[in-house]
Write a protein that binds this ligand. Sequence first.
Ligand code: FDA
Length: 303
Amino acid sequence: MFETLGRRTILSLAKSPGVGRLVRRFGPAFGATRFVAGETVAAAMQAVASANRDGILATLDHLGESVADRRAAEQAADSYLEILDAIAQTGVKSNASLKLTMMGLDIDRDLAVTNLRRVLDRARTHGNFVRIDMESSAYTDVTLDIYREVRAAGYDNVGVVIQAYLYRSEADLAALDQLAPNVRVVKGAYQEPAAVAYPVKADTDRSYRRLVQRQIGHGFYTAVATHDPALIQSTLGLHADGDRYEFQMLYGIRSGLQRELAQAGHRVRVYIPFGTEWYPYLMRRLAERPANLGFVVRNLMQR
Ligand code: FDA
């Protein structure tokens, strides 16, 4: 029954303060624990260690976005320093993913860049890598701009994300070619108008295939981030050098497929979100697959 609820409906409902209060109040019962590894760095590190035991790499995401005060943005950057230190100290195989609005982008672009550079510096000290997640289309220009800026400043331990649902993505990739960028290709998780994004899923899927083929064809390291078996198969069909790409999937989604690919010798990385600010993340996961709402309701009824 939940399949009939559209992605757009769920993403719109997610913006309602009333729905937000309700979902936050019932917290983990709403299924947050299926998609989020816990609230603390320690819990997240356990999830990383467990993935590593299955031969799967990780990328850690401290949940949080649209931070509205400078101190919170600085603390968010500090939390990434802690994560990178914890990865180095424990020797687990993980890098980090972050959102620029968590680094303060909505407050002041320079603040976000300063915070990002602190994180990249620490990652560099540990020989590690940081991926800048891509947020809604309101941030595409500024995110790519900041990516260029840090690359020009000499950071090569940083990657970015391109969303296949945006019409502009092929042109964005072409404009990055001279940097030989490390790009994570995703379908895109935000509510976007037809003026900027393909409204029909099949078009997004075709765009996804083209973008991956393009990046791998150019020999640029590519993170193929999808749970879509057809797109995973088409990537394998490119017979590319296995050192030039990796598959990425989200914590709690298609875990069996993650393990199968890793066992077959492919490089697989799981995106592990943790922290208390799980609400927008959870709502995006529900919107991707409205059937997940059934899972949420079952959780509530079992309480
Ligand atoms: P699709 O939605 O077609 O799903 C294919 C199949 O996967 C489904 O049939 C189902 O079986 C399974 N599946 C997918 N989503 C599911 C869910 N929520 N619950 C249960 N099963 C599900 N987006 C963005 O805009 N910016 C970003 O920075 C990122 N970063 C990112 C990192 C990584 C590692 C991944 C895997 C994804 C992202 N995304 C993202 C999210 C991405 O844009 C997209 O919304 C999701 O990956 C879902 O799309 P699929 O490619 O999986 O295909």
